[in-house]
Write a protein that binds this ligand. Structure first.
Ligand code: CP
Length: 326
């Protein structure tokens, strides 16, 4: 079964949200439209809606996170769900309990959704294959494979600033090889019809056959940034690097850092994005990260509405587990 099959039901609605790869354009647009309706909600003084009242969401983070975990928690609370944040580093997994046994026990507590971050590629898909039909799984980042809600909040941020995707040139700069965010962004940008998607990186930080993802490859930063409407820069993911792929962070900054001078090569109204956490002076100059073109903190804000959209769409039309067991 393909990853697309497991995450959609017979009517093409979201059952799980595991990857942006292969998702039809109308579904990607519906996520963005639903997020737009929630942005209206969370900008009010009363920021909650009762859509997931009585539902239970468990955040299972096996890997560190600041932005994703907190915005998933806020999103669930804005939807009136009950939320539990499990610190998997202090769970019974450290006493030898298998992942599946942990899941079975959490499911027995009538959970409706697992939000999963894991260091292993494919972990969220594995969990989705093993939970009961009533439980939805949302991938909050698995290894170097996918980070689909990050990609959708990035798409939402781009649409809010730029409107249509079709005329846009987008450059993704940096450690594409180890980046789950870049993969999910590339699938989402192509799915939404972006005019041109570029990746800009040294050969050592690009996957083999990256062109097959539907991107134009640049090794020289000046050429890669020329006339683009959106610059997305990425962190060097040292925790996933094996061997010496880079001479030094200083040299990387000299060759690929986003400085004011380099940004001047992009379109005059270009926006600068970064999924975070940022490393100032390594992939981006502080004056750019904090400057007028930066929408980095808007991305974080938009994460709440986009995660509300994904969570509500995954549970739309399903009875709560507690009701069904009565
Ligand atoms: N962008 C992102 O995934 O950030 P966190 O690791 O802080 O969740």
């Amino acid at each position: 079964m393909s990853r697309r099959d497991i995450q959609l039901d017979d009517q093409g609605r979201l059952r799980h949200f595991l990857t942006t790869e292969g998702l039809p354009r109308d579904l990607l647009e519906r996520i963005l439209d639903t997020a737009a309706s929630f942005t209206g909600v969370i900008e009010k003084s009363i920021k909650t809606v009762p859509l997931l009242r009585g539902r239970t969401v468990m955040n299972l983070f096996f890997e560190a996170s600041t932005r994703t975990r907190t915005t998933f928690e806020l999103a669930a609370k804005r939807l009136s769900a009950d939320v539990l944040n499990l610190d998997m580093g202090s769970s019974s997994a450290v006493k030898g309990e298998s992942l599946l046994d942990t899941l079975r026990n959490l499911e027995a507590m009538q959970c409706d959704m697992f939000v999963v971050r894991h260091a292993d590629s494919g972990a969220a898909h594995f969990i989705a294959e093993h939970v009961g039909d009533d439980v939805a799984v949302v991938n909050a980042g698995d290894g170097r494979h996918a980070h689909p809600t990050q990609a959708m909040l990035d798409m939402y941020t781009i649409r809010r600033h730029k409107g249509d995707f079709e005329p846009l040139r987008v450059a993704i700069v940096g450690d594409i090889l180890h980046s789950r965010v870049a993969r999910s962004q590339i699938h989402a940008l192509n799915g939404l019809g972006a005019g041109e998607v570029r990746v800009v990186a040294p050969r050592t930080l690009l996957p083999r056959d990256v062109e097959r993802l539907g991107v134009h490859v640049y090794h020289e930063i000046e050429a890669g940034l020329r006339d683009v409407d959106v610059v997305i820069t990425l962190r060097l993911q040292r925790e996933r690097m094996q061997g010496a792929l880079l001479p030094s962070e200083q040299e990387y900054y000299q060759l690929y850092g986003i400085s004011r001078e380099r940004l001047a090569l992009a379109a005059p109204d270009a926006i600068v994005m970064h999924p975070g956490p940022i490393n100032r002076g390594v992939e981006i100059e502080s004056a750019v990260a904090d400057g007028p073109h930066s929408v980095i903190l808007n991305q974080v804000t938009n994460g709440i509405a986009v995660r509300m959209a994904v969570m509500s769409m995954c549970l739309e039309g399903r009875g709560s587990r507690a009701e069904e067991d009565e």
